[in-house]
Design a protein around this ligand. Structure first.
Ligand code: GDP
Length: 364
């Protein structure tokens, strides 16, 4: 599955947020005998209002949302890149994620110590990012000696790799994450092979106090401004409120949301932001038995998307009866869409679009 790592300094609200996300906080922890070292992985349903509308029209007995993983990555302190604290474990855990969520403390609470003794979300961010940049620098330097021999033989791949290594080092040494480097299409693959931590897509969570959940505060303003300048997303959330809300029944939850001036739980915004950050899209299947959301990546063809359901669907792919979500809704489902000529027969080359409702025809 696709994984977002939740990263931040101690006592900023990571676990609170993670536990709210999974709602099964304590059970989860008990399942991991080495829970202080092993990262906690939470499997989370992606909130998708379109799926409920489709299910209602199709009269589906069950609704199965798409899922994604969140990993609570504890153990970051200053010096992690030098192996301080659980630094090495921490970096290894980040390496395995597809994207990074920075949780930044934007709440004051005298009873909850801040490791650096002050509330300053952007300084926290810099502390973390610096450790990641240092780790990247170190891994880049380590790669160089291995390339020397091939460079002497004028090996084109080695030359390309070395050029990219030098580019990355130059940027990192200026204190910029490697994701700020513009990469040509020709270099993309070799660049990915460098497996840098600071090329992973990021989003920011400003964890605000309960009173600022709907509005944000002066701290979260700074986070939002930084994210905007960088072209990233920031999500304002109160982990405390989310954890209280996570255990409520739907109706109570609606009342609670209303009382604090929110339209939906902040977690829904966060999960969707994570989903987008990973470049994920959704197609649907719908019938009387179940309505289900499936995850694919931008640019995938119909057979590849069919393969998400089952390998045989991809191998034996014939065609896909495809209805755009808006058409499906506008014409009251598959039958109506068919009568309106809105159900397309798509073949092997078709690039699936977000929201497509699909029925795959295949040979077994
Ligand atoms: P972690 O070390 O980053 O995982 O932080 P925790 O999630 O364990 O939170 C540290 C402490 O801060 C706990 O006592 C939480 O209850 C508290 N906390 C987390 N989020 C909030 C918040 O939004 N407001 C307040 N007042 N306290 C919070």
């Amino acid at each position: 599955g696709f994984k977002c790592g939740i990263v931040g300094l101690p006592n900023v609200g990571k676990s609170t947020l993670f536990n709210a996300l999974t709602k099964t906080a304590n059970a989860q922890a008990a399942n991991y005998p080495f829970c202080t070292i092993e990262p906690n992985v939470g499997d989370v349903a992606v909130p998708e209002p379109r799926l409920f509308k489709i299910a209602k029209i199709a009269g589906s007995a069950s609704i199965i949302p798409a899922r994604m993983n969140f990993v609570d990555i504890a153990g970051l302190v200053k010096g992690a890149s030098k192996g301080e604290g659980m630094g090495n474990q921490f970096l290894a855990n980040i390496r395995e994620t597809d994207a990074i969520i920075y949780v930044l403390r934007c709440f004051e609470d005298e009873d909850i110590t801040h490791v650096e003794g002050r509330i300053d979300p952007m300084a926290d961010y810099e502390t973390i990012e610096t450790e990641l940049m240092l780790a990247d620098l170190e891994s880049l330097e380590k790669r160089k000696p291995g390339l020397e021999k091939k460079l002497k033989q004028r090996d084109k791949d080695a030359e390309q790799t070395m050029r990219l290594i030098e580019t990355a080092i130059a940027v990192l040494e200026q204190g910029q994450p490697a994701r700020t480097v513009e990469i040509d299409d020709d270099d993309r693959k070799a660049w990915r092979m460098l497996q840098l931590l600071t090329t992973k897509p990021v989003l920011y969570v400003a964890n605000v106090d309960e009173d600022s959940a709907a509005t944000g505060n002066a701290y979260s303003d700074k986070v939002v401004a930084h994210a905007e300048a960088e072209g990233s997303q920031a999500v304002i959330i109160s982990a405390q409120i989310e954890s209280e809300m996570a255990v409520l029944e739907d109706e109570e939850q609606a009342e609670y949301l209303d009382a604090i001036g929110l339209e939906e739980p902040g977690l829904n915004r966060l999960i969707r932001a994570g989903y987008n950050l990973l470049g994920l899209q959704t197609y649907f299947t719908a019938g009387p038995k179940e309505a289900r959301a499936w995850t694919f990546r931008d640019g995938w063809t119909a057979p590849r998307c069919a393969g998400v359901i089952h390998g045989d669907f991809e191998k034996g792919f014939i065609r896909a009866e495809t209805t755009a979500y808006d058409d499906y809704i506008a014409h009251g489902g598959e039958q109506g869409a068919k009568e309106a000529g809105k159900v397309r027969q798509e073949g092997k080359e078709y690039i699936v679009k977000d929201g497509d409702v699909m029925l795959f025809k295949f040979n077994v």
